[in-house]
Write a protein that binds this ligand. Sequence first.
Ligand code: PHE
Length: 348
Amino acid sequence: MTDFAALQEEALAELSQAAEDAALEAWRIRWLGRQDGRASSLLRGVKDQPADARASYGAAANALKRALDDALAARQDAIAKAALDALATTAALDVTLPGRPQPLGRLHPVTQTMRDCVRAFAEMGFRVAEGPEVEYAAYNFDAMRIPEDHPARDMWDTIWVDTLIDGEREMLLRTHTSPNQARVMERTAEPPVRVIVPGKCYRQEATDATHEWMLTQIEGLAVDEGVRMSDLKGTLYEFARKLFGQDRKIIFHHSYFPFVEPGVEMAIDCFICRGAGADCRTCHGTGWIEILGAGMVHPEIIENAGWDSSRYTGFAFGVGVERVALLRWGIDDIRHFYQNDLRFLGQF
Ligand code: PHE
């Protein structure tokens, strides 16, 4: 008759001597290994027992195997815990201290605002397109009805690129996203067009609380039969409500851009002084902050695309994304955005 109790005692005595991983593994293979482990072999021996002894033999062999499994797990735990305790007392390392949090990056507030603007227009059926930041003067100005020597070129103090392309084509850092009106029309066979073009623009500005030399715009263009000024107003009003909520006030002023007729500017009520500050730095005492220019696409630009301007009409707009970001968070100076101060950027 196999002496299970003696075997168990022998196994446990051996186990108590094993102090590291390799020794534990050797013990496991010796006793519990699937092929030749002693406990496993005993279990397989059930079939060689006389019929009347099989049940009690099997139960005892199973109990032995289970006891050894449990003992191994307990021994592994005890060794791991002892190692941690040793580390905590010997090394100058307190393993109970919480870890240092990894600083998580986040999207720049202008990027967040850009995405919200794009989403607002996308929900109204505008598709997103892109265009180059280094642009031909021909697109930035001429195609937009701003010929050389036209005083309107002074509206955008331009950063020119030194090199002439093909010896003659002047290039610049685009001063607005409007050249993409021409670029989009050029690659569209026939209206309808309903597109927005987000991107960075550059101007040689004397910077102040609302002007930076780099700015982000979203150009919008819709051309189709029967597009009217009321469509422009409705679209931009809906945009303002999506971004600023139902109670924000907007106002349209007449304005001049050579590529639209008529032209307007849309402004939102100043959140800083609420219209009360004559010397408010942000709205310059007007009570309003301009966030976009817009207007009805000039018929000449529609004709330049090869379309019949007596059949097709359109509206266009250019949103200043930094201005929108200033307004929605009540930020008092546009220059914060590009100074890379994490104390500022971390707040959004
Ligand atoms: N491109 C103009 C600007 O940068 C804005 C604008 C876009 C105005 C489209 C009218 C239509 O000031």
